[in-house]
Every structure is written in structure tokens, then in C-alpha cells.
Design a protein around this ligand. Structure first.
Ligand code: PFF
Length: 459
């Protein structure tokens, strides 16, 4: 194996779990999950999503972390170290590109969060009680080109500043205190939403599968959501695992991150769907769903304005810990493989990504040719969300499972996960993980992709 350059390290297992949970928990849980579930028919989508988290997400999480920790490298360098002279590093390269392209639309939605945070400071969200008023606010905030670009730019600059600071000092500290507060606040909001008139209908919608909704597009979207939400399929967990020490227990760390992440997604479903049914909004509203529904809950609560400020502040930070991990994947590649320093990498990549974010920022009404219906019937942001967030992550995860299951091999994978010796899980459990990585994950993803190509039901 090539010699390893000196790298940062998490301050300990808890620091790592918090940072990785920070990467996983973000707009994917609170913005993307409810709107994808709404478009996918509710309960059926949720059921398939949960199955994919367990059968594909969790094993891929272990596999990415073990490859990262063993090699202490970025996604490209990790493959170079494990299988020198092969084509596999290309897979890492596609992961790095995917991170760049996801960041380019993610930062736009993160900018909306920031916009809502500013609006909640001015008290603008306090008296929005109808779906119509809330939709009008969303359109005015997001459809204004200058404002959308400025908010995205502010977010990107903050992300660059944090990534420039390096792993443990910048990233870890932020998550330590804020994640628990976010969790408690979500619980309070779910309590409020469930007691709204008609709230129970939302609960039924979220958990009662309607099998007539089954389509390959829904399966694909649930698979993409499971991977997107867990930050898998592009090497983010390889990168974060690369900063882990050999003592850390990967089964525990990976399992806790996946568990927290899924809990937060379900919790945000428990907020959005009851509230949505109580104000009569459409579950299929698309990317604006959460932003339109949430203000109506705040206005129905005592001290709603303060709750709104706190919520959008925490959501902004949750988004930031995710954008940081997206940028970190690309930056660690340029630092390790191209010899750039962190500052140069973070600034250059951040600037490039901002340029690519502009069309997404303009695609929610500001520029009609990029907006809904403009490109193959889609707006630019949604199109990118589907291509990079669903297809690229799914194909990446499938090839990665083939790598670990068939090229690197399950024995080496298990040895890497259980390097500290006392970290064994019962043999049947580790065999099961091996079977999932070798057979279930690649076949499930491939079958979905083939079916989609054959039937032409891409989105
Ligand atoms: N998991 C993040 C979220 O749910 O918001 C998004 C994300 C971060 C996806 C990092 C992929 C990634 F590598």
C-alpha cells in the first residue's frame, strides 16, 4: 500500500458518530424525504425506503467506512491503494463528481432555508395560516433571481470556510450540541402537528401502503432517497471513515448513524404529513412542499415565531454539516491526489460549484426555460436531484458492493471492520452482511435499473 500522508483524525468515536450523523442528517431528511414520499404515494414509498435502508444502506455504510478507515484515503486514493493499476479508482472519481453536482443543487435549497431563517427573524412567518399565503411567500422568496443566488452564495461561502478549517476542528464541534436540540424540537413539532385537525389522516397516509401506487419510478426514488439520506454511494463515508482511528467500533458507529438518520426522516414525516392534511395542501407539491407546509404549523403554535427561528436555525446548521461533507469529498481528493493545499481546494471548488448552482437557483420560477416543464418536463434543480441524487448514487452503491463483495472480498472487509479484535459480531450476522453486499444489493439495484431502462419510466 502507498505510504499514507499525515491526516486529521476525529477526536474519538463519539466525535466521529456526530460528524457522520451530521453528514447524513440534513435537507435529505427534512426536505427531500417528505416531498419524495408525497410524490411516491406515502406509505408504500416509506415501506420500500425502510427496506432499502436496512438491506442496502446499512451494509453499504459498513463497507464505505471500512474502506475509508483501512486506506485513510479519499474515494479515488482508496481504490488506488486497494487495487493499484486497475479501473476501480474511476468509480471513486465518479463519486467525487457526484458530490460536486449534488452540492450544486443542495446549496440552493440550503439557501432557501437561510431565506426562511431571515424571514422568521423579521416576523414574516408568524401570521401565515393558509396554504395559499404560504405558497405565495415561497414563490416570492425563491422566484426572485438575485435573492436566490445571493442566499446560495452565502451558504457556499460558509461551507468553504468550515471545510478550509479541516475535519475535526470545524465539523465536529458544530454537531455536538446542535443535533440533540434539533431532535427535541422535531419531537415538539411532531406533537403539535399530530394534534391538528385532520392530523391523523397524515399519519395514515405516511404509514398505510397503497400497493396500487407501485411503480419502478417509486422504487428508484425510494432507493435513491435511502442512499442520499445516509450519504452513501459517492464516497462521503469513505472520506469520513478515512479520518477514523483503528480503535473505533465500525459496526456500532455505522449502525448508530443509520439509526439516527432514519429516525429523523420519519420524525419529519410525522410533522409534514399531518400538517399538510390539516391545511389541505397537496402531498405531490414537489420541492417546495416542506417550505410551504411548515409556516402554517408555526402560526398555529404559541410562540410560533420563536419556534420558527429556532427551527430554521437548526435546519440551516443541519444542512451545513451535510454541505461540508459534500465539499470535503471533493476537497480531500484534490488535497490527497493533486497535492493542492486545503485553502486553494476549498475556494476553487466552492467557486466552481457556485457557478453550477446558479441555473438551479434560477429554476424555481425566475427563469422559465429552466423552470418546471423546461427540460424534459422538469426544472433544472429537480432534474439534477434525480440524476445525481438517485441514479448516480444507486449505480455508485451497486458498483461499490460488487467491489467489496467480489474484488476486495468479504473476508478482507470483515477483517477491516473488526480490526480491533474485540469488535466481532456473531458469525451469522456478519455472514448475512456479506450476503447482502455480494448478492442482494447488486441484484436489487441492477434489477431496478434494467426495468427502468426497458420500460422507459425514468422519473
Ligand atoms: N445525507 C445528506 C442529507 O440527507 O441531507 C445529503 C448528502 C450528504 C448526500 C453527503 C450525499 C453525501 F455524500
Amino acid at each position: 500500500m502507498a505510504s499514507t500522508p499525515p491526516r486529521g483524525q476525529w477526536s474519538g468515536q463519539l466525535g466521529f458518530i456526530l460528524a457522520a450523523a451530521g453528514s447524513a442528517i440534513g435537507l435529505g431528511n427534512i426536505w427531500r424525504f417528505p416531498y419524495s414520499a408525497g410524490e411516491g404515494g406515502g406509505g408504500l414509498f416509506v415501506l420500500i425506503y425502510l427496506l432499502f435502508v436496512l438491506l442496502i444502506g446499512v451494509p453499504v455504510m459498513f463497507a464505505e467506512l471500512s474502506v475509508g478507515r483501512t486506506t485513510h484515503r479519499n474515494p479515488v486514493g482508496a481504490f488506488k491503494a486497494l487495487v493499484p493499476g486497475s479501473w476501480w479508482p474511476l468509480l471513486g472519481g465518479v463519486g467525487v463528481l457526484t458530490g460536486f453536482c449534488i452540492l450544486a443543487f443542495y446549496s440552493v435549497v440550503a439557501g432557501w432555508t437561510l431565506g426562511y431563517l431571515f424571514s422568521s427573524f423579521t416576523g414574516m412567518l408568524g401570521n401565515i395560516s393558509t396554504n395559499e399565503a404560504s405558497s405565495a411567500l415561497f414563490t416570492s422568496l425563491i422566484g426572485n433571481p438575485g435573492q436566490a443566488i445571493l442566499l446560495t452564495a452565502i451558504f457556499m461561502v460558509v461551507t468553504v470556510v468550515v471545510v478550509r478549517g479541516g475535519v475535526s476542528s470545524g465539523i465536529e464541534r458544530m454537531t455536538t450540541i446542535l443535533m440533540p436540540i434539533l431532535f427535541v424540537l422535531l419531537l415538539v413539532l411532531a406533537g403539535r402537528a399530530l394534534t391538528l385537525d385532520g392530523g391523523i389522516d397524515g399519519l395514515v397516509y405516511l404509514f398505510k401502503p397503497d400497493f396500487s401506487e407501485l411503480s419502478m419510478a417509486v422504487v428508484m426514488s425510494a432507493l435513491g432517497q435511502a442512499l442520499f439520506s445516509l450519504s452513501l454511494g459517492m464516497g462521503a463515508m469513505i472520506t469520513y471513515g478515512s479520518y477514523l482511528s483503528d480503535e473505533a467500533n465500525l459496526w456500532k458507529a455505522g449502525g448508530s448513524v443509520a439509526g439516527f438518520d432514519t429516525l429523523i426522516a420519519i420524525l419529519s414525516g410525522l410533522i409534514i404529513f399531518p400538517a399538510l392534511f390539516s391545511v389541505g395542501a397537496e402531498p405531490t407539491a414537489g420541492p417546495g412542499l416542506v417550505f410551504v407546509v411548515l409556516p402554517t404549523i408555526f402560526s398555529s403554535m404559541p410562540l410560533g415565531n420563536i419556534v420558527a427561528i429556532l427551527f430554521f436555525m437548526l435546519l440551516t446548521i443541519a444542512a451545513l454539516t451535510s454541505t461540508v461533507s459534500l465539499l470535503e469529498v471533493v476537497v480531500s481528493y484534490f488535497v490527497d491526489e493533486k497535492g493542492w493545499n486545503r485553502t486553494r481546494s476549498a475556494v476553487t471548488i466552492g467557486a466552481g460549484c457556485l457557478a453550477l448552482a446558479i441555473p438551479s437557483a434560477l429554476s424555481q420560477g425566475a427563469l422559465p426555460s429552466l423552470s418546471s416543464g423546461g427540460i424534459f418536463g422538469w426544472d433544472f434543480l429537480t432534474l439534477n436531484n434525480n440524476i445525481w441524487g438517485n441514479y448516480s448514487l444507486s449505480i455508485g452503491a451497486m458498483l461499490f458492493c460488487i467491489f467489496v463483495g467480489w474484488k476486495w472480498g468479504i473476508p478482507k472487509f470483515l477483517e477491516a471492520v473488526e480490526s480491533a479484535g474485540d469488535r466481532r459480531i456473531p458469525l451469522p450476522a456478519s455472514r448475512f452482511v456479506g450476503i447482502l453486499l455480494r448478492f442482494v444489493c447488486p441484484i436489487a439495484v441492477l434489477a431496478t435499473l434494467v426495468y427502468i431502462v426497458v420500460t422507459g419510466s425514468y422519473f
